[in-house]
Design a protein around this ligand. Structure first.
Ligand code: GLN
Length: 492
């Protein structure tokens, strides 16, 4: 049961084989048994989870079940929730009590989900390893000496170890797809504007987007369906977004007629040979399913890391100016005056990586440097968008590795921010272009999962789901589970 998909659990609930309370108890027990070794959850309130499950069972007794009726879902600590704390895994939000639920949290509640708790993440979602969290390092269930990826590492670790069947993450430069890849699960970043950002703590507002992290493609579709929709409270939420038939898009079992672009810039020397071999093998499998693989080029890819690491910190430096010790969270003791309160509160509250981003961003936006850095990076962003638009004139969809490496050791890259930034090389361009992307498991190398990334034109999440479902139906990678967390006799 614990390694079941949301869809499996849903059919058992619908068939009356099990109640929402029993499902909740099972996962709560697993969180209590395993969280110490993984540090995937930073908040969980057992009584409150059981109360939600009881309410769902009571609802089911009277009404038709809703889309996520009784299904346990964990959420990254970046989502504002009225129940329990919201800290974005930063000391600066210590004691902060969100006054309202994020739009997507409201949506999940309206769909009947049981929210099981908050998951660990890099502080303010800045990172690729979940090592910058104020609550300590999160671990990868495939090898607890390794990182789960980041910044939604807690959600990925929790789903991979079946402490919850599904979770929400956010993705500014890869933070859903990269940890999904490193933990062997599925993660979907919707088109920018598809999901409301209201109540999601802002990192880089022109890039941030929330999405699901799950054990199957269908589960990702189901959860996205519950999350999407226009919200007048977010100016970038698109009112007339093309509608996708989320679940129907997962019925594909072949790839007949599908043209898949294989960009040469994503298959380069320097990437892990095992990752490359597994992704090449996955593309062969796609050919066997009827797809045509077309070699393409996305020529400005090499500038994506530089452009992202100017644009994202610039936006972050503006967004994080609100943490001033006055309105939110931490305030220093006995300030001498107002300026001392601002500087000391911020100095004490923010961690090193967050400070590095604020400084980089403030520098790139400052007069005299704005044209050379920020404006230039925005121009590069346009070129990257155009690369994709040209590619989509030739192909329906693009396939790449999600990450150039598998899960690395805890501490391996913490002293070298540039090496850490380079681990995002295959995911950042998708955010810069505002496109939807999906990562799904496609192999194992040296005992660690490898992820296949699909990239589609804007609003064509249906194409991601078509391709990923067909691939999933022909392979068994999504069924694998880390042995140390598996249950004897269970489906692993
Ligand atoms: N790893 C990237 C960064 O550190 C992306 C983070 C994210 O997507 N939130 O900025």
């Amino acid at each position: 049961m614990p390694f079941s998909t949301l869809s499996d659990i849903q059919s058992r609930l619908n068939g009356g084989e099990i109640t929402a309370v029993e499902v909740a108890q099972l996962y709560l027990d697993r969180i209590e048994a395993h969280n110490e070794s993984l540090n995937a959850f930073v908040y969980m309130d057992r009584a409150h989870v059981i109360a939600q499950a009881e309410a769902s069972d009571a609802y089911r007794a009277q009404h038709e079940p809703r889309l996520l009726e009784g299904l346990p879902i964990a959420v990254k600590d970046i989502f504002c929730t009225q129940d329990g704390p919201t800290r974005c895994c930063s000391s600066i939000l210590e004691g902060f009590d969100a006054p309202y639920d994020a739009h997507v949290i409201t949506r999940l509640k309206e769909a009947g989900a049981v929210l099981v708790g908050k998951t660990n993440m890099d502080e303010f979602a800045m990172g690729s390893s979940t090592e910058t969290s104020a609550f300590g390092v999160c671990r990868n269930p495939w090898d607890v000496s390794r990182i789960p990826g980041g910044s939604s590492g807690g959600s990925a670790s929790a789903v991979a170890a079946a402490l919850t069947p599904a979770a929400l993450g956010t993705d500014t430069g890869g933070s859903i797809r990269q940890p999904a890849s490193l933990c062997g699960i599925t993660g979907l970043k919707p088109t920018y504007g598809r999901v409301s950002r209201r109540g999601i703590i802002a990192f880089a507002s022109s890039l941030d987007q929330a999405g699901p992290m799950t054990r199957s493609v269908r589960d990702a579709a189901m959860l996205t369906e519950a999350m999407v929709g226009h919200d007048a409270g977010d100016a970038t939420s698109v009112a007339d977004a093309p509608i996708v038939s989320w679940l129907a898009a997962c019925d594909k079992t072949d790839m007949k007629g599908l043209k898949i672009g294989k960009p040469k810039e994503y298959f380069v020397d320097g990437m892990d040979a095992g990752v490359r071999a597994e992704v090449e093998a996955a593309l062969k499998q796609c050919e066997a399913l009827g797809a045509e693989i077309v070699d393409i080029s996305l020529p400005h890819t090499e500038y994506a890391v530089a452009a992202y690491y100017v644009i994202a910190p610039s936006e972050a430096s503006a967004n994080l100016s609100r943490y001033d010790g006055v309105r939110f969270g931490h305030r220093c003791d006995a300030p001498d005056d107002l300026l001392d309160m601002y500087t000391r509160s911020r100095d004490e509250g923010f961690g090193t990586e967050v400070k590095r981003r604020i400084l980089t961003g403030a520098y790139a936006l400052s007069s005299g440097y704005y044209d050379a850095y920020y404006l230039k990076a925005q121009k590069v962003r346009t070129l990257i968008q155009q690369d994709f638009m040209q590619a989509f004139e030739q192909v329906d969809i693009i396939a790449t590795p999600t990450s150039p490496v598998t899960a690395f050791q805890v501490g391996e890259k913490t002293d070298d921010p540039l090496t850490m930034y380079l681990s995002d090389i295959f995911t950042l361009a998708v955010n810069l272009a505002g496109l939807p992307g999906l990562s799904q498991p496609c192999g194992m190398t040296a005992g660690l999962p490898v992820g296949l990334q699909w990239i589609a034109p804007a609003w064509r999440e249906d194409l991601l789901l078509n391709a990923a479902s067909a691939y999933e139906s022909a392979t068994a990678w999504s069924d694998l589970a880390p042995e140390a967390f598996a249950v004897k006799g269970d489906k692993v």
